[in-house]
Design a protein around this ligand. Sequence first.
Ligand code: AMP
Length: 114
Amino acid sequence: MSDTLFAKIIRRDIPADIVYEDDEVLAFRDINPQAPVHVLFVPKRPIATLNDVGEADAALLGKLVLAAARWAKQQGFAERGYRCVLNCNRDGGQTVFHLHLHLLAGRAMQWPPG
Ligand code: AMP
C-alpha cells in the first residue's frame, strides 16, 4: 500500500486534530466536515479498502467500530444518534486509500444518501 495521507497523520508527519487514540486506532476531525461532528476513525495498521479486510482483521474492525461508539457515548450525542460510514473505492466515494470510518453527528442525517 502506498504511503497515504492518513499514514502520515498516524506517524505525526502532518498535523491533525486528534480526538482519540489507543494501540490500534486513531481518530481525528475531518478537515472538511460534513456535519457539526465529523471524525475519522482509522486503524493504525494500513488496510487500503474494505475489500482488503480479511478474517485476520475481524477483531481490528470490531475495535474500530467500538471505539467510535464509545467515543459517541463519551461525547454525549449517542442517544440522540449519529451515522457511521465506510466508503469503498470509486462508487463508494473513497478518496483516501487507508480504511477509515466516518462518524457524523450533530444534525439529522438524510436517507438515502446522495
Ligand atoms: P473518503 O472520501 O471516504 O476517502 O474520506 C476521506 C476524508 O478525508 C474526507 O472526508 C476528507 O475531507 C478527509 N481529509 C482529507 N485530508 C485530511 C486531513 N489532512 N485531515 C483530516 N481529514 C482529511
